[in-house]
Ligand binder design. Structure first.
Ligand SMILES: Cc1cc2nc3c(=O)[nH]c(=O)nc-3n(C[C@H](O)[C@H](O)[C@H](O)COP(=O)(O)OP(=O)(O)OC[C@H]3O[C@@H](n4cnc5c(N)ncnc54)[C@H](O)[C@@H]3O)c2cc1C
Length: 192
């Protein structure tokens, strides 16, 4: 027999888990999450602003800050602008700690999460969506797909933002660790 849910969310990354938590805050519980990875990865950091009028992610999720800045630097050609953030802060968190907390809240409410699943295909059947996994079929009234959309990129010309993280250890002090370089448009020939 097919399992039926009101909503299905593909991908338990930051988008999928944030959406799932929003559904819970609206008292919507008949939904399911599909995630291809079995374990939570710690492959990036998420950075958020905090301060008056903004959501305090640290308090909301009760997580540890990895690094916080009270000043930012913007570099344009040969000029450098250092901006004091006043009451605001820019802080980064380990991706795993953010995802773990969001995930915990979902599991606690008894939401079904299918981890380590591979989606064979998705079919539209009348007003519903049918997710065909290799092991079973799941019927949904609504579907949110948070996977990176390569089809969209092929169909429409779009600007893609690519993040590549490299860690470089140097003997010399290069950065001021207390100032976050938010944007660097300097035209150094030595830039990598
Ligand atoms: C090194 C690095 C640093 C970054 N730093 C920041 C930052 O500081 N601030 C910031 O806002 N953003 C940052 N980003 C961007 C960040 O990745 C995105 O903002 C965020 O992860 C997007 O979340 P998402 O849920 O849309 O996508 P993802 O995090 O990519 O989540 C998609 C999920 O879908 C799952 N999935 C994929 N295919 C399937 C499938 N077939 N079936 C089921 N599940 C599937 C994936 O396993 C994944 O869990 C950084 C990215 C990188 C790589």
């Amino acid at each position: 027999m097919k399992q039926k849910f009101d909503i299905g969310v593909i991908g338990a990354g930051l988008s999928g888990l944030t959406l799932a938590n929003s559904l819970l805050s609206k008292k919507i519980k008949n939904f399911i999450l599909f995630e291809k990875d079995r374990i939570l990865k710690n492959d990036k950091t998420y950075s958020f602003w905090s301060g008056p009028g903004l959501l305090d992610i640290r308090k909301k999720l009760n997580i540890k800050i990895k690094k916080e800045w009270s000043q930012i630097e913007i570099k344009v050609k040969n000029e450098s602008y250092i901006i004091d953030l006043g009451e605001y802060r820019y802080a980064c968190y380990e991706s795993k700690s953010v995802l773990k907390e969001l995930y915990k809240r979902i599991v606690k409410k008894g939401i079904k999460v299918e981890r380590g699943v591979s989606i064979k295909n998705i079919k539209k059947i009348k007003d519903n969506w049918q997710i065909n996994l290799y092991s079973k079929k799941v019927l949904l009234k609504k579907l949110v797909d948070s996977r990176p959309n390569n089809e969209f990129d092929d169909k429409y010309p779009s600007l893609k933002q690519v993040f590549v993280g490299s860690e470089i250890i140097s003997n010399k002090k290069i950065f001021n660790e207390n100032i976050a370089t938010l944007m660097d448009f300097s035209e150094s020939k030595k830039s990598v």
